[in-house]
Design a protein around this ligand. Structure first.
Ligand code: HEC
Length: 131
């Protein structure tokens, strides 16, 4: 009886530890930032979006890169064109932007990382429709 009890406890703890690693990984996607576009916004692709992604994203997320050079960045997430950014802007908001509802910082996965203020501006620019 005691042996059986021990085996059951052991099995239960093995099951628990098998489930643990996935749970401790930080999630890739956060909630939408719910950013709003102020009528006074002056952000454009040329003065904000392009320099932002070129500083923080296109070392991995670029249509110019293939295979190992992408460092694991998934295909069709290429931010070297405005078209590529707009195609997945909701995902960009959920991984790299900051706004009233959330601050998402899973991207980029290494330095250099944007400041919270730069992440807030990213949320604003996306909310404004990425002019
Ligand atoms: C060092 C390389 C690198 C940089 C720089 C980088 N990423 Fe990533 N990105 C990745 C990798 C690797 C994944 C896949 C992660 C995963 O699946 O867990 C990814 C996944 C993503 C995804 C999710 C794609 C999907 O739908 O599955 C988005 C969105 C994203 N990155 C946006 C960005 C943005 C925006 C920036 C710049 C602010 C950025 N990334 C910078 C490597 C990078």
């Amino acid at each position: 009886m005691r042996r059986l009890g021990l085996a059951a406890t052991l099995a239960a703890s093995l099951l628990a530890s098998a489930a643990a690693p996935g749970c401790s990984d930080p999630p890739l996607f956060g909630p939408p930032t719910e950013s709003v576009c102020p009528t006074t916004s002056t952000l454009t692709y040329d003065n904000f979006g392009k320099p932002f992604v070129e500083t923080y994203c296109t070392d991995c997320h670029s249509s110019q890169l293939t295979g190992a050079a992408r460092m694991g960045a998934p295909s069709f997430h290429d931010f070297d064109t405005l078209f590529g950014i707009k195609a997945v802007s909701d995902h960009i908001d959920e991984t790299a932007a900051s706004g009233p509802a959330s601050t998402n910082s899973s991207m980029p996965p290494r330095s250099p990382r944007p400041s919270i203020e730069d992440r807030r501006l990213l949320g604003e620019w996306i909310a404004c429709g990425m002019p």
